[in-house]
Structures are given as structure tokens and as C-alpha cells.
Ligand binder design. Structure first.
Ligand code: C2E
Ligand code: CA
Ligand code: CA
Length: 421
């Protein structure tokens, strides 16, 4: 509808207008955690606020989901557009009271201008969207005017997708292992598998760059199965070196819990072929996945649990879940997010939060791993709080398998002095 209106405006001889694309940040999480009723009421409230602050020469429409478009016609300067974007941002961020619950949401906003930014309405919509994604990238809750540099980003992303496909075909990926240490005994009893991409021209590419793209394109399914199979093959090598009761932890993306569960079946077959016990495997999921209302996700989680796989909640404390929910879902391990560990020494509220998380988790019979430990001081505070396990650069960076084997299963160390529990 708005597109048609934009076409009409566009056909005026001296047309001068702006398109503002707007997407709510974290709306999906709100919808998933509080339920669709709340989500719908929130969208109505947001719509009302946008409409209330629009200038006379503007109209708004919801494109679907949590995306909105605003068209401002007959603009004689950029300032009015900027003021409108700023007002929308401020109106949205105000607290919402939905069925007596306080909800907080922000918006990422992208803006294009006609005639400066594009010659067709389609292009203007596309570029406004691109500018909106730039706002997301810059940390959300902000607005960006389109500029042609943003097209470079698009080109780079397309290249990354193409390279990822090639990388998968040519086996350019490798798993690194980072030890997880028992804080009391100092023994290494688990390790987290972390993927690395050995790009032929760029060198090692961080998962932070390519995992989101693999998720967006669905390539994560193939990549995720590769990770699961490779980690279990590597684990059986470690077990053969005498690492009794050793566990390998793998990261599983929320996207792998959507769609069918063929990958779990394939993975289990692989483990059976290796003669591997499933209780030697930890699957790390995000806390928001746990809060999803979808039955199909819960069924897959249950399937993993039923077969004896340990479930860990990664980056705990930054999402929306609660400790009582962890118990309800029968979670085994909680990994305290690095951000809390970073602030342990300087900030007393982070210390209080960590202590509470550890005490509560222990009370619920959930193991705790603190992530990103870099200093002795952090380690000491966590150990004093009763945290059982730690992971971080203080102990070791993630290492290639061979290096990991050498460091922790070194043949020079006699069997009875193995550092592994
Ligand atoms: P994560 O699961 O939270 O993994 C921990 C990240 O923190 C790793 O980054 C690790 O190298 C880093 N780290 C560990 N200790 C320290 C420390 O003391 N200081 C600092 N500054 N960093 C530390 P990495 O390997 O770059 O992985 C980043 C993220 O990419 C992971 O965060 C995880 O979300 C994702 N990822 C990695 N491998 C996989 C995978 O196989 N599958 C999926 N789906 N995601 C993966
Ligand atoms: Ca992890
Ligand atoms: Ca983590």
C-alpha cells in the first residue's frame, strides 16, 4: 500500500520525499518469551506511538512482523526527516505497560531520500532497509541515512556467502579446543570445540563473522553437522589417549533446532559407529532458545537429553531466562557469560550477580562454568563463590587438536600423572 503511495508521490514532477524503514530490536525474543498476545499488543502500542508523532506530511504502514515504513512527502530539508527519525526512536523507547508487565523495546532505523539516493521506489525501499541493518550493526536503537558505502557491505556479504559455500565443499574448516578446568583440582575435564575457518586468502576468519551469515543462509545445517561429527571423532581420539570421563562441548545454533531433526539422527549414527557414549557430549545452547514456546524445539532438546547428552546454557545472564526455568527444562550446566566475569573485580553488582547465580545453580544441582577468566583475581573470586569450572585465556586459548593433545595428553607425561580427570 505504502509502496503504491510512494509511486504516486514519485510521479510528481518536483517530488522530494524520504522513506524511513524501522525494525524493532529483539522483538522476536519478547514474542517468544512473553507470548504472541503480548507481542501483538506491543505492536499496536508501537504503531500508536509512531502515528502520534508523525508530522502532517507523513504516513506510516506496518510491513508485517515488526517492520514499519514511514513516508514523508514534500520535504524541503533533511532536518525534518532527522527530527522525525529521532522522535520515532524516542517514542518507541519509552516503557510499555502490557497487561501489567513492563516491556522495553528499541528500534533500528534506516532512511533514504528521493531524488538523492535512488531512482526507483524499489531501490529506495531496498536502500532504506540496508541503512536500517547498518543501525542494527552499530548497536541498535539508532538511525542511519543511506550512503553508497553501505553497498560495499552488501557486496562483501555476498562474497562471504559464496566463499562459505566453497569452504564447506573444500573442507576449509577446523575445530579448535579450549580446556575447561576444575577450579579446585586444576584438572582439565572438559573442552569446548570452537570452529575456525581457514580461508585460502584471508587466513583465519572468526566464527563471529561467519556463523551469523551461515545461520541466515541455512548453511549452518551442514556446517553444524560437520562440527558435531568432527568433535565426536576428535573426542574418540582423546578417549583413546586415556582421557577417561572427558567431555567435549559443542555449540549448536538455534537455527539447527528449527526444521527437521535429521541431523541429530545422522550424528547419533556417527557416534554409534565410533562406539562413543553420548554422555561424553555437551551441547551448548543459548538461553533464549530454551525460552522459545515452540514444541518442535522442545522435542529436539528432549531427544538429546533422553539419549544422555548434557545440556549447557551458554552466555548465561545476558538473555531472558530465569534459573527456575533452567530447572524445569532439566538443564545440566550453566555457563556464566564473560561480561560478568570481566566486571567481577571492579563492580560489586557483577560480583553479587555471579555469587547469586552460582549459589542458586548449585542449589538446583546445576554445574557452573565461568567463561572468559583472564586473571588470577577473577579465578579466586569465582572459586571462593563455589564455582566449579572455569574457562578462559588464564588457562589456555583455544588450540588446534594436535596442540591440545600435546599440551594436555602429552606422551611425555606418564599415564598415572595425566592432567585429565
Ligand atoms: P562462545 O560459545 O561464547 O565461545 C567463547 C568465545 O570466547 C570463543 O570465541 C573463545 O575463543 C573466547 N574466549 C574464551 N576465553 C576467553 C578469554 O579469556 N578472553 C577472551 N577475550 N575471549 C575468550 P570464538 O572462538 O571466537 O567464538 C565466538 C563465538 O562463535 C562463540 O562464542 C560461539 O557463539 C560461536 N561459535 C564458535 N564455534 C561455533 C560452532 O562450532 N558452532 C556455532 N553454532 N557457533 C560457534
Ligand atoms: Ca559456547
Ligand atoms: Ca559463551
Amino acid at each position: 500500500m505504502l509502496e503504491k503511495l510512494a509511486e504516486l508521490v514519485y510521479q510528481q514532477a518536483d517530488a522530494h520525499f524520504a522513506i524511513i524503514a524501522l525494525d524493532l530490536d529483539g522483538f522476536k525474543e519478547i514474542n517468544d518469551t512473553l507470548g504472541h498476545d503480548y507481542g501483538d499488543l506491543l505492536l499496536q502500542a508501537v504503531t500508536q506511538r509512531i502515528v502520534n508523532i508523525l508530522p502532517e506530511n507523513a504516513v506510516a504502514a506496518r510491513l508485517g512482523g515488526d517492520e514499519f515504513i514511514v513516508l514523508i512527502d514534500k520535504i524541503d530539508n533533511k532536518a525534518i526527516v532527522e527530527t522525525t527519525a529521532q522522535n520515532i526512536k524516542l517514542a518507541i523507547i519509552e516503557n510499555y505497560n502490557i497487561k501489567n508487565k513492563h516491556v522495553y523495546v528499541t528500534a533500528s532505523i534506516g532512511i533514504t531520500l528521493f531524488p538523492e539516493d535512488g531512482k526507483t521506489v524499489e531501490t529506495l525501499f531496498k536502500y532504506a532497509d540496508l541503512a536500517m541493518y547498518k543501525s542494527k550493526e552499530l548497536g541498535r536503537n539508532c538511525y542511519q541515512f543511506f550512503n553508497p558505502n553501505m553497498l560495499d557491505l552488501l557486496v562483501k556479504k555476498r562474497k562471504l556467502i559464496e566463499d562459505l559455500r566453497i569452504g564447506l565443499k573444500q573442507g576449509q574448516f577446523e575445530l579448535y579446543y579450549q580446556p575447561i578446568t576444575d577450579l579446585i583440582s586444576g584438572r582439565i575435564c572438559k573442552a569446548e570445540a570452537l570452529i575456525r575457518w581457514k580461508h585460502p586468502t584471508r587466513g583465519i576468519v572468526s566464527p563471529l563473522e561467519f556463523i551469523p551469515v551461515a545461520e541466515e543462509t541455512g548453511l549452518i545445517k551442514e556446517l553444524g553437522l560437520w562440527v558435531a561429527k568432527t568433535a565426536t571423532s576428535d573426542l574418540s581420539e582423546l578417549l583413546a589417549l586415556g582421557a577417561e570421563h572427558f567431555q567435549i562441548s559443542i555449540n549448536v545454533s538455534p537455527e539447527q533446532f528449527k526444521g527437521n531433526d535429521q541431523w541429530i539422527t545422522n550424528w547419533f549414527e556417527h557416534m554409534q559407529m565410533l562406539g562413543l557414549n553420548k554422555d561424553a557430549i555437551i551441547v551448548e545452547i543459548t538461553e533464549n532458545l530454551l525460552m522459545e514456546n515452540e514444541d518442535s524445539i522442545r522435542i529436539k532438546l528432549m531427544k538429546l537429553k533422553k539419549h544422555g547428552i548434557t545440556i549447557a546454557i551458554d552466555d548465561f545472564g545476558v538473555g531472558y531466562s530465569s534459573l527456575s526455568y533452567l530447572q524445569k527444562m532439566d538443564v545440566d550446566i550453566l555457563k556464566i557469560d564473560k561480561s560478568f566475569v570481566d566486571d567481577l573485580v571492579m563492580q560489586s553488582n557483577s560480583r553479587d550477580l555471579c555469587r547469586t547465580m552460582i549459589i542458586m545453580a548449585r542449589h538446583l544441582n546445576i554445574q557452573v562454568i565461568a567463561e572468559g577468566i583472564e586473571t588470577q583475581e577473577q579465578k579466586k573470586i569465582l572459586t571462593d563463590f563455589g564455582c566449579e569450572f572455569g574457562q578462559g585465556y588464564l588457562f589456555s586459548k583455544p588450540l588446534p587438536l594436535e596442540q591440545f593433545k600435546e599440551n594436555y595428553f602429552g606422551f611425555s607425561i606418564p599415564n598415572n600423572q595425566l592432567l585429565v580427570m
